[in-house]
Write a protein that binds this ligand. Structure first.
Ligand SMILES: [Zn+2]
Ligand SMILES: [Zn+2]
Length: 248
């Protein structure tokens, strides 16, 4: 950790840019005044986020840094970009803008969930653990790394997965993919029996540290279908995956 306290500030994450976009929208195009309390609050929150991961420094997400990020976001705003001749650079900013700028409710809901995750200390170890939780070919959700991590931790909790499988087995007598019907036991015999993955269906913005996973929140999916949900942003819902399967 000590080595991370020196050197350049870490690049802004998707989570942070979502929080910055929320502030940008709250300001409704007005430029924050010197010492603006909302800018200070965001700066303090992001500092907590990074301090927990061993990053320090007077320039780390200070108020000026937050304002610069607001300026960067202006470059994606059609109301300003052309007028000011601003060049839109950052790919993640563009993606966050495209996903959330037109849907204030989704933006505030997601930002709220991210703030709760930071307050709950859910950021600890997120930097490396995030990548460890992603399977090859999977991408971080539009909602950012913290909520992605929360999603994966939930659907990989062995106890709830076993309870879900037992429940389906008892009711249906077999474990089949809810999207395509694939049955590992049928295809691979004894080796495949009891094998299936669980996907957590709750929208990521509804996940908090204290949310209890119910059996109905989980869908049984084969590895291929599950991977396809997480392979691109935005992640698909189960319904969208089923439609996609019908269309090809
Ligand atoms: Zn499937
Ligand atoms: Zn999943």
């Amino acid at each position: 950790m000590a080595s991370e306290t020196t050197g350049r500030n870490p690049p802004w994450t998707r989570d942070e840019i979502i929080l910055a976009l929320e502030l940008y929208k709250q300001l409704k195009g007005a430029w924050p005044r010197e010492g603006d309390s909302k800018v200070r609050a965001l700066s303090e929150m992001l500092n907590r986020f990074w301090h927990a991961q061993g990053h320090e420094g007077s320039t780390l997400r200070n108020e000026n840094g937050v304002k610069m990020k607001l300026m960067n976001l202006r470059a994606h705003d059609p109301l300003y970009a052309a007028k000011a001749g601003l060049k839109a650079g950052n790919r993640i900013e563009r993606e966050v803008w495209d996903s959330f700028a037109g849907d204030f409710e989704r933006l505030t809901g997601t930002a709220h969930a991210i703030r709760c995750a930071i307050d709950a200390g859910f950021n600890l170890g997120v930097k490396t653990a995030d990548r460890e939780l992603l399977e090859p070919g999977e991408v971080e959700a539009s909602e950012g790394g913290l909520l992605t991590r929360m999603h994966h931790l939930r659907e990989r909790s062995h106890k709830i997965i076993q309870t879900k499988k037992n429940d389906v087995l008892r009711r249906k007598g077999r474990l089949a993919c809810e999207a395509c019907g694939f049955d590992f036991g049928e295809k691979y015999g004894v080796r495949g029996e009891g094998f299936i993955e669980c996907h957590h269906m709750k929208p990521l913005a509804d996940l908090t540290e204290t949310t209890i996973t119910k059996l109905g929140d989980l869908a049984l999916l084969c590895a291929n279908c599950h991977r396809m949900i997480h392979a691109q942003r935005p992640w698909l819902t189960l319904e969208e995956l089923v439609v996609l399967l019908k269309d090809v």
